[in-house]
Design a protein around this ligand. Structure first.
Ligand code: GLO
Ligand code: MG
Length: 343
């Protein structure tokens, strides 16, 4: 029995296209995905605004709420809830130079429109969390934008969102690069500073994704611990990553098992989930996977996460204290390895 509740996004079951090649699997209808998510053992679903309301640009504000209500009915039908809604500010031609930090005032306004619509959709779906994954906020050509303006524009956009809805909470999902070169908000330390600079720090927190921490050259469990210490870790995207290269979104724990164990352990030690937080698994299937394997990476990630919960449950804190008292960290390290290897 897991102590955590797990969440997933519809984009985590995908057709396998990458920057160098087209789709290799068929699309699976949204409702079918929901049904399967529940069967596999997920409790909640994550949304982009246009996952909930496809072709969002073609609808009026009222129509968007009507469309979102249909999705809410589907969630109810399968006993699922919505965890968050994230404005997708990286697809539309108006977000080509960023959203909130775009050099074009008109495009910044469009980004705010998407942010407000995401809040409306979240409300209809029955959740109060908005995720900002700031995909294109930063620079490709360094001299094209001022880092000071970028930061101020981000704070300004967040303040407007906080004003728009007095109960909404914003989680910044940090990432140092990809698709942007130099991101405006690369680490959770940056997210915490943006939170402190906002008009209501109590409603601005962070979401840590394993792969994103590794891309920044940081240890994911330590990033998680840092935000937990601030009381501002409201979501995680657990996955894995083999070194500092393109964002891989590999199944949780498959590359760095000990680091994965320590992510689960720090979440458990600090009561993550007790205020309704979910563990999101932001994982993608390998492109080699066949149609039948469209969900295998999710099944694997859940299995590994739960197995690591059981390992963390077994962790001998008395032994750890003894090793610390004797300052025998070699002994402690071997103990951890034996625990993980089942020796
Ligand atoms: C990409 C991000 C992305 C976000 C999602 C929700 O690197 O991890 O998958 O998590 O868009 O905001
Ligand atoms: Mg993510």
């Amino acid at each position: 029995m897991s102590r955590f509740k797990y969440s997933v996004g519809p984009w985590n079951v995908h057709e396998g296209a990458d920057a160098y090649g087209p789709e290799v699997r068929d699309s699976i209808p949204f409702e079918e995905k929901l049904k399967k998510f529940k069967e596999i053992g997920f409790d909640a679903v994550q949304f982009h605004d246009d996952d909930a309301v496809p072709n969002i640009n073609n609808y009026t504000e009222e129509e968007i709420k009507v469309e979102a209500a249909k999705v809410k009915a589907l969630l109810d039908k399968y006993g699922l809830v919505a965890e968050f809604v994230a404005p997708r500010l990286w697809f539309d031609p108006r977000t080509v130079d960023g959203g909130f930090c775009s050099n074009s005032a008109e495009d910044r306004e469009y980004a705010m429109w998407r942010a407000y619509r995401s809040i409306d959709i979240a409300r209809v779906l029955g959740c109060d969390k908005i995720v900002l994954w700031l995909a294109r906020e930063g620079t490709l050509c360094y001299e094209s934008k001022s880092p000071v303006d970028n930061t101020n524009r981000l704070v300004e956009a967040i303040n407007k969102m906080l004003d728009y809805d007095k109960d909404i909470k914003i989680m910044i999902e940090t990432k140092p690069n990809e698709p942007i070169d130099r991101s405006v908000c690369p680490t959770l330390g940056h997210a915490m500073a943006i939170s402190a600079a906002s008009k209501d720090p109590s409603r601005v927190g962070g979401l840590l994704e394993t792969a994103h921490a590794m891309l920044a050259g940081l240890d994911p469990a330590s990033e998680i611990g840092f935000a937990l210490a601030m009381g501002k870790l409201w979501g995680v995207h657990l996955n894995d990553q083999n070194g500092m290269k393109y964002d891989q979104d590999k199944s949780f724990g498959v590359e760095n098992l000990r680091a994965a164990f320590n992510q689960i352990k720090v979440l458990m030690e600090n009561g993550f989930g007790e205020n309704g937080e979910y563990i999101g698994l932001d994982v993608k299937a390998m492109r080699t996977e066949k149609q039948e394997g469209s969900y295998q990476h999710l099944i694997n990630s859940l299995k590994i996460a739960k197995a690591l919960e059981a390992k963390a449950e077994k962790f001998d804190y008395d032994f750890q204290k003894k090793c610390v008292a004797e300052r025998d960290y070699e002994k402690l390290e071997l103990y951890v390895m034996e625990l993980l290897m089942g020796l």
